[in-house]
Ligand binder design. Structure first.
Ligand code: ZN
Length: 249
C-alpha cells in the first residue's frame, strides 16, 4: 500500500498544485489529509474543492479549519491568524464551510499500522515541538506509525526501546529524506506543511509511505511562491503572510 500524506495546506493552491503534479493519482493508493486546509492563504475554496475532488481515504480537521468554519472561536489565535480566519470566513462558500465544519477530529486509525492526528494522538490542538513532546505523543499513539501536523516543521521521531532518534530533513537539501521503517521501532512523523512551511525551507513539504518497501519519505517540491504571495496581497490579507512564504518560516 502506498500512502500520500498531506498536512497544513492553508489555502495555498499554488503549493497544493505543485505537490499533486509531483504525486499524481497513479503514484499512491491512499490519500491521508491531516487538517488545516484553511487559514493564511488566499484560495480557501480552491483548496477545499481540490482536496474533496481527490476523495481522501482519511481526512481530519485542524485548528484553523475549526475557526474558519465557525466550529470554534479565534480566542486562541494571535492577531494575524485571527485576521486571516475572519477573511477566510467571509471568502468561503456556504457549501465549503459545511464540508469543513463536518470534518472529524483526530486521531483516526487508518489501518493496523498507521494512524493520523493534527496535533497529537491525545489532543488535536497540542503541538509537538521537541523530544519531550514527541515522547508524550508516542506514549499515546495507537499504531506503530503516527503521522501528525500542526507545527509546519517536517521531522521524524523514531523510538527504538527507550532511545529516541530525530530525523530533520536539511533545509534546502535533497528533495527526499528517507526513513526506513523497522519492525521493532515506533514512528512519529510530520510531513511538514504543503502551504506554509516553517523550517526555513520555502518548498512545499509532504510525505509518502510505502508499506511494502517499509519506507517513509519526506518530500519537498518548489512552487510559484510569487503567485501565492501576489494572491495574498491582492486579497488584502496581512502582508506578513505573503512575506513568510518566501522565508519558509
Ligand atoms: Zn497549520
Amino acid at each position: 500500500m502506498r500512502f500520500l500524506i498531506l498536512s497544513d495546506i492553508h489555502g495555498n493552491i499554488d503549493a497544493l498544485d505543485a505537490v499533486m503534479a509531483r504525486a499524481p493519482r497513479d503514484s499512491y493508493d491512499r490519500l491521508l489529509v491531516l487538517g488545516d486546509l484553511l487559514g493564511y492563504g488566499a484560495n480557501p475554496n480552491e483548496v477545499v474543492d481540490r482536496i474533496f475532488d481527490l476523495q481522501p481515504d482519511v481526512i481530519i480537521r485542524g485548528n484553523h479549519d475549526k475557526v474558519a468554519s465557525g466550529v470554534e472561536s479565534s480566542d486562541s489565535f494571535n492577531r494575524i491568524a485571527a485576521e486571516a480566519a475572519r477573511w477566510t470566513q467571509k471568502a468561503i462558500t456556504p457549501e465549503n464551510r459545511e464540508r469543513v465544519a463536518a470534518l472529524p477530529a483526530g486521531p483516526v486509525n487508518v489501518d493496523k499500522d498507521v494512524e493520523v492526528c493534527h496535533g497529537t494522538p491525545f489532543d488535536e490542538d497540542t503541538y509537538v515541538f521537541d523530544e519531550d513532546d514527541a515522547v508524550r505523543a508516542l506514549d499515546s499513539a495507537h499504531r506503530k506509525i503516527c503521522f501528525f501536523g500542526h507545527t509546519h516543521v517536517p521531522v521524524a521521531y523514531v523510538r527504538q526501546g527507550s532511545d529516541l532518534t530525530v530525523v530533520h530533513p536539511q533545509p534546502g537539501g535533497s528533495d527526499a529524506t528517507v526513513v526506513n521503517v523497522l519492525k521493532k521501532n515506533r514512528y512519529l512523523v510530520n510531513p511538514g506543511s504543503v502551504g506554509q512551511p516553517r523550517d526555513t525551507d520555502s518548498r512545499a513539504s509532504y510525505a509518502s509511505y510505502d508499506s511494502r518497501k517499509q519506507r517513509i519519505e519526506i518530500r519537498r517540491v518548489p512552487y510559484r511562491i510569487d503567485l501565492a504571495q501576489q494572491r495574498i496581497s491582492e486579497a488584502g490579507l496581512p502582508e506578513s503572510l505573503a512575506f513568510r512564504l518566501g522565508l519558509g518560516r
